[in-house]
Design a protein around this ligand. Structure first.
Ligand code: SAH
Length: 350
């Protein structure tokens, strides 16, 4: 159980059975636990006093022993393209960011899994913040609920997709991320389809295998950026511990267990990975398991070493990948004017 500064227990660290048992131990009906659970997860109560079908005395009792560590959207910035970036205040005063990305047909939530990040990708603004702590399942879940509400308010439609591409490395906070997805997809939570969720990892081989063993129903994306070890290690220094051969082996294991293809995220930078040898290495990498490539635009983080490659280089990637029958999408960035795009999340407003 999660203890807070006040020594009260974070009530959402209890699962349904524990909550039911809690009431039985107090000589009450187990069903009380179900009611509270529904208020916490399905109805998103922020306060015990919101729980109108629970007696006043029980509510007061709950308030004495438990807290609801709800997130608070502290600041909301809206981009000219409709993208919204939320500064999300956590119960202990730390801040993470989440983003709502609308398109004509759908709304995507980009959520954070850690405060800061434990990895050190040179091109990512979040890497400049050290990892402070993992987010709890309810803190991830709350980001999704808040964006669902924003989507309903601004676009009259529920949230349709979720990507774990905010701050942090989701596979380094494995248990909590999986628990949050269970709640997002569960009937006792938001009931969303796992097919509409994508977890993005920088590539931690051991954890990709563990994930494969758990046979998730959601999608996996891998931030590749270079299929040449000597180059990847320069832009993603942790590649030293997790070389591409280990990642390939983990991906094969993933495909054997799940039978689902992986999406490779790839930014092309001028003078870093914009040559034919880079394209060819990617083509070879793509032969390991069925996959798809997303070429994403570089979002500047004020670092002179990195600059978006010329259109000619992107065209070369597109052409060569298609020639080899590899599915490739060229992605435009959203929300750049408010630093809400991939890799720009660094709590600038706080
Ligand atoms: N740690 C996870 C998820 C967070 S990053 C991962 O690495 O996948 C989400 C995506 O944004 C990754 O594909 C990452 O490589 C990419 N990214 C990071 N910084 C970027 C930048 N400045 N411009 C464009 N994409 C960036």
């Amino acid at each position: 159980m999660e203890q807070t500064q006040t020594n009260k227990i974070d009530i959402r660290s209890l699962d349904l059975e524990q909550l039911r048992q809690y009431f039985v131990d107090r000589g009450e009906k187990a069903f009380r636990g179900n009611q509270i659970y529904e208020w916490l997860w399905k109805k998103g109560a922020h306060d015990f006093d919101d729980m109108t079908n629970i007696s006043k005395s029980t509510r007061a009792f709950l308030d004495q022993h438990f807290v609801i560590n709800h997130i608070r959207v502290d600041d909301m910035q809206r981009s000219s393209d409709g993208t919204i970036k939320n500064a999300v205040k956590l119960h202990d005063g730390l801040t993470v960011e989440s983003v709502m990305i609308p398109t004509p047909t759908r709304t995507t939530a980009c959520v954070s899994s850690q405060v800061g990040c434990s990895l050190n990708c040179e091109f990512c603004a979040t890497a400049r913040l050290k990892r402070m702590r993992n987010l709890n399942p309810d803190e991830i879940y709350d980001q999704v609920v808040a964006i669902d509400q924003q989507s309903r308010a601004y676009y009259n439609r529920p949230l349709s997709n979720i990507v774990f591409m905010g701050m942090g490395e989701p596979l380094m906070n494995y248990k909590n991320v999986i628990r949050s997805i269970d709640k997002i997809t569960g009937d006792d939570g938001l009931g969303m389809s796992p097919k509409r969720i994508t977890l993005s990892t920088s590539g931690v081989p051991k954890m990709i295998k563990k994930l494969a063993d758990d046979r998730p129903k959601f999608n996996l994306a891998l931030s590749l950026h270079s299929a040449i070890d000597e180059k990847r290690v320069k832009i993603m220094p942790f590649n030293e511990q997790f070389p591409l051969d280990d990642i390939k082996e983990a991906l094969k294991y993933w495909y054997e267990k799940t039978g689902t293809r992986v999406t490779y995220e790839y930014v092309v930078w001028k003078g870093i990975n914009d040559q034919m040898e880079d394209v060819q290495a990617l083509v070879e990498f793509c032969k390991v398991i069925p996959c798809k490539v997303n070429i994403i635009e570089y979002n500047s983080i004020d670092d002179a070493r990195f600059e978006q490659a010329a259109t000619k280089a992107i065209d070369m990637y597109e052409h060569e990948l298609e020639k080899n029958r590899i599915v490739v999408n060229i992605r435009r960035s959203r929300g750049k004017d408010i630093d809400a795009a991939c890799g720009q999340l660094a709590n600038k407003s706080s």
